[in-house]
Design a binder for this molecule. Structure first.
Ligand SMILES: Cc1ncc(COP(=O)(O)O)c(C=O)c1O
Length: 434
């Protein structure tokens, strides 16, 4: 998408992978210092060696310190931190750990709809029961605790709901949940004895001025010791998102609190089977949790680059929402965070009929036609789940502002042409009130 890598991160990883560069004057001392420390942490002094299965110890310490600072002093312990191969690996491993039983005793996993499809795929692979709870599109994709109760009660008839997954900020929906909402969710999890999986990979991607990222861990702490010492919570982070976008490094971590020691032992065994996450990815994760400090030489450049990426993403989030909402028959909620817009599109009944005759979802027909006519690739809402009778697509806000504008204008022309072709001259209308 043309985003330039954060220099400091690449410098540290380059030094770790090719330590001869330590002698080069082109690399700043703070990058060398971090690389030396990481290499010392790797028993073999090389990122080409396996690390401990739960990750390089000094990186786990840096992560614990970062989480503690992020959460304004809420204690974090490196023993609860596990490096992972991207967040995906952590999410899959935790689900694997939690799913068991047969028939009515099979583990049920509550997931948001729309969801990031890793969850439905993992649930299918593990043979768990998927329990859908719907996000409220009319309320900026907020999570309503009444909907959690509804989904839980219905599912209890045929499985054992044990896990509650939340994605905040949301993919594909781009919402940032309020502190009150997180409190309600944690209260519900406490009451129903659910294991909470908080996917917080977009924690640095919050753009709306009236929104703020609240970690589930911090909110749990603020609810008091009864909650903080009992609710089982796994939170996930990654090098793939934020201002780094280093998804190819496959770096990530999870922090798990209140895990029973015997279950923890099983987790360590599961993690050990896959040896260790990529050590270069662990080094990249370390830079994110241990960036240059104000008294270090790379501080200025690092913060300039970080602010430029996040500032551009915020502008593009606004631009995407604004342009999409000028199109008749498209309604887009504010992109408060993450990296996507998930607008609702009106698909005329004639197009719906045609899609059905072709054996495909109407939004798939729409997205395929868009791809064929314009070369623009967006993902149909049916891939993420949506309320019956509504249609959406997901697009990223990642292209440069100039490119994004051109893409959105092409999309608008395509959409109007699509409506004209199928509409029988009726007024296009979205189900979501304008
Ligand atoms: C909500 C969410 N969770 C997890 C992931 C997986 O990220 P990773 O690259 O860290 O495995 C993604 C990737 O898009 C995501 O959007």
């Amino acid at each position: 998408m043309g985003q330039r890598p954060i220099t400091f991160l690449r410098q540290v990883v380059a030094l770790c992978t090719f330590p001869e560069l330590m002698d080069s004057p082109s690399f700043p001392e703070d990058a060398k210092w971090r690389a030396r420390r990481i290499l010392q942490g790797c028993g073999g002094q090389s990122v080409g060696a396996y690390s401990a299965s739960d990750g390089v110890q000094c990186i786990r310490e840096d992560i614990a310190a970062y989480v503690e600072q992020r959460d304004q002093g809420v204690p974090a312990n490196r023993d609860n931190v596990f490096l992972t191969t991207g967040a995906s690996d952590g999410i899959m491993t935790v689900l694997k750990l939690l799913v068991s039983g047969e028939g009515r005793n099979r583990t049920g996993v509550m997931i948001p709809i729309p969801q990031y499809p890793l969850y439905s795929a993992a649930i299918a692979e593990l043979g768990a029961v998927q329990i859908n709870y719907y996000l409220d599109e009319d309320n900026c994709w907020a999570l309503d605790v009444n909907e959690l109760h509804r989904a839980y009660q219905a599912a209890k008839q045929h499985c054992q709901p044990r896990v509650l997954c939340i994605i905040n900020p949301g993919n594909p929906t781009g919402q940032v949940q309020s502190k009150k909402c997180i409190e309600d969710v944690l209260h519900f999890a406490y009451e129903e004895n659910l294991f909470v999986m908080a996917d917080e990979v977009y924690q640095d991607n919050v753009y709306a001025p009236d929104c703020q990222f609240h970690s589930f861990k911090k909110v749990l702490y603020e609810m008091g010791p009864e909650y903080f010492n009992s609710v089982e919570l796994a939170s996930f982070h990654s090098t793939s998102k934020g201002y780094t976008g280093e998804c190819g490094f496959r770096g990530g971590f999870m922090e798990i609190v209140n895990l029973d020691p015997e279950v923890r032992a099983q987790l360590v065994k599961l993690l050990s089977v896959r040896l260790c996450p990529p050590v270069a990815g662990q080094a990249a994760m370390d830079v994110i949790v241990n960036p240059p400090r104000p008294d270090e030489p790379s501080f200025g450049r690092f913060h300039e680059e970080k602010a430029a990426v996040l500032g551009a993403l915020a502008d593009k989030a606004k631009l995407t929402e604004q342009i999409l909402n000028t199109v008749p028959g498209i309604k887009c909620n504010p992109v408060q965070g993450a990296m996507y817009a998930f607008p609702q599109v009106f698909i005329p009944p004639k197009a719906v009929e045609e899609a059905k005759a072709l054996g495909m979802q109407p939004d798939m027909l729409y997205c395929l036609r868009l791809l064929e006519e314009t070369g623009i690739c967006v993902v149909p809402g049916s891939g993420f789940g949506q309320r019956e009778g509504t249609y959406h697509f997901r697009m990223t806000i990642l292209p440069s502002p100039e490119k994004l504008k051109v893409l959105l204008e092409k999309l608008r022309d395509f959409h109007i042409g699509f409506l004209n072709q199928y509409s029988d001259l009726q007024e296009p209308q979205c189900r979501v009130p304008a």
